[in-house]
Design a protein around this ligand. Structure first.
Ligand code: NOJ
Length: 548
């Protein structure tokens, strides 16, 4: 039987350098992270996604890799990685890692050798053009920081392609030798115990640019993903590929392709529409987004998230819709936006730290069709530091306690990899793990309870889902059924209290148990159920046959 563990996983994304410093040098490391595995296990996390930890000049937060087979010495050693992965396994926590193979750092020996010697085999690892390419200024990923997507290298007397920064040279996926390298990298980390990969920039990895040295003419570049998936499955049957592909919704089915490609895809589409729905206090945009999504194959799954380590991209929304969200959650374009397309804030400050909206949102995240992915610190409602540049405001170190540097590191504050948020409502003295652990009403304790409940309801992850009809525009209600187990989640996206009537055609006369309060009620024989919900209220119901 296929092991579909990822369909009911609770995934937690973290960056080792900002999580916990185990040796007091100001930089988070594997030793520090390993010491916090019990925290993650207590929270109910079942899978940790590690952002890139490979040796790197670190000009793009590690997404500029210099060596795929090692650990950046600032973060520890391969030995520390193995110790971490063993300890994680002991606690039932799987590990997935970022696979950044759309590009390498320009400091990678492959690129350096290519620059120096056109006859070396590494020349064809990259994409070159002798003439200035026509699309040199098209599809810039980091407007303002990047002017072109090809850069002239005088040593090589040619332009090299780079979809992202000019220090990230794009690999030539049409070259079989490059694809072999990618498989070797995957094989290496699988052998060290990882359960899969987050495929960075998946849509760009397979994009075919007009370089001089393409190896084959392919009509369907997805064959390269098929190849990766085959390799993955041959090496380890239960390992997964989780793709980052923020593409138009009509394109997304290609990534699943009946179950032969990616097992998981980040749900950027619903993420953006969730923000619109929350801004308007209306469920319609979120409901429509789920209706728009292609159906996923049996082994496929959406990876839902609220915020990640990048900016909140709103590229699938119109300018007016973006303005609506901006007015409500990120009004200062100069400090709160980046690349003219997304918001660089963390979620809690976007909703003024309002506990009701935070719980509503994470309750939705935990129940929406798909697997939830939390970004470190979200469980605390951590804030951002808008004085930092680019995407750094949402990447500050984790707050563990009220100790100096929020317990992240014992190094002097000016030696930290990034400053800890020390002042204001989101400072570490206010918001940290230890304080919230002692407060029964904290977001952290709520999250722990909610995650436990989510795990007790596998129908949310494995079940067939349907959006329910409700007579109130602010309500998002859906039903999931799996092997006779039925759960229903109801979320009020507006701040106003409301009375809502749900239509439950399959549950007439059944008993409904509120999973947070254990109170039970009944669906009428006519299959309708009327309930009261507070502003930003939510409830999870289990439907069962009446006994006696
Ligand atoms: C996507 C990553 O999430 C982002 O942080 C990075 O800058 C780009 N890929 C380039 O690797």
């Amino acid at each position: 039987m296929l092991d579909l563990w990822y369909k009911n996983a609770i995934i937690y994304c973290l960056d080792i350098e900002t999580y916990r410093d185990g040796n007091g040098d100001g930089v988070g490391d594997f030793v520090g992270l390993t010491q916090r595995l019990d925290y993650l296990s207590g929270l109910g996390i079942t899978c940790v996604w590690l952002m890139p930890f490979y040796p790197s000049p670190n000009k793009d937060n590690g997404y500029d890799v210099m060596d795929y087979y090692s650990v950046d010495p600032r973060l520890g050693s391969l030995g520390d990685f193995v110790e971490f992965s063993r300890q994680a396994e002991e606690r039932g926590i799987r590990v997935i890692v970022d696979l950044v193979v759309n590009h390498t750092s320009d400091q990678h020996p492959w690129f350096q050798t290519a620059l120096q010697d056109k006859n070396s085999k590494y020349w064809d690892y990259y994409l070159w053009s002798k003439e200035e390419p026509e699309d040199i200024e098209e599809d810039i990923m980091f407007p303002g920081l990047q002017d072109t997507t090809w850069t002239y290298a005088p040593e090589a007397e040619a332009y090299y392609a780079h979809r992202f920064y000019d220090h990230q040279a794009d690999l030539n996926i049409t070259n079989p030798a490059v694809r072999e390298e990618i498989q070797k990298i995957m094989g290496f980390w699988l052998q060290l115990g990882v359960s899969g990969f987050r495929i960075d920039a998946a849509s760009h990895l397979i994009e075919l640019r007009q370089a001089d040295n393409l190896f084959e003419k392919v009509d369907d570049p997805f064959i390269y993903i098929d190849e990766m998936r085959d390799f993955l499955s041959w090496r380890r049957g239960d390992a997964i590929l989780l793709a980052e592909a923020n593409e138009p919704v009509e394109e997304l089915h290609h990534y699943f392709d009946g179950g032969d490609r990616m097992q998981m895809l980040f749900n950027f589409w619903s993420n953006q529409h969730f923000f619109l729905a929350l801004t308007r206090g209306e469920a319609a945009p979120l409901i429509q987004s789920f209706k728009d999504l292609p159906s996923v194959p049996k082994i496929g799954q959406w990876a839902n998230f609220i915020r990640n380590h990048d900016e909140l991209t709103l590229n699938h929304l119109s300018d007016d819709q973006q303005d609506e969200i901006a007015a409500a959650m990120a009004p200062d374009r100069d400090t709160m936006w980046v690349f003219d397309r997304g918001i660089r804030r963390r979620f809690a400050p976007m909703v003024d730290g309002d506990p009701q909206r935070l719980k509503l949102t994470y309750s939705l995240l935990l129940t929406m069709p798909g697997t939830p992915v939390l970004n470190y610190g979200e469980e605390l409602g951590m804030g951002d530091d808008l004085t930092l540049d680019e995407r750094k405001p949402a990447r500050t170190p984790m707050h563990w306690s009220t100790a100096p540097n929020g317990g992240f590191s014992t190094a002097p504050a000016d030696q930290l990899v990034l400053p800890v948020i020390a002042e204001g409502d989101y400072g570490y003295k206010q918001i940290n793990v230890t304080t919230q652990q002692q407060d029964a009403e904290s977001l952290l304790n709520w999250m722990e309870r909610a995650i436990r409940l989510r795990k007790e309801c596998p129908a949310f992850g494995w079940g067939k889902w349907q959006i329910l009809e409700v007579d109130q525009p602010s309500i998002f209600a859906h039903r999931c059924e799996w092997q006779g187990h039925v759960v229903i989640a109801v979320h009020n996206l507006s701040q106003a209290d409301c009375e809502a009537t749900l239509t439950l055609p399959e549950d007439g006369g059944r008993c409904l148990i509120d999973l947070f309060t254990d109170q039970s009620t009944e669906v009428s024989q006519q299959s309708s159920y009327t309930m009261q919900l507070a502003g930003y209220g939510y409830c999870w119901l289990q439907a069962c046959e009446k006994t006696g």
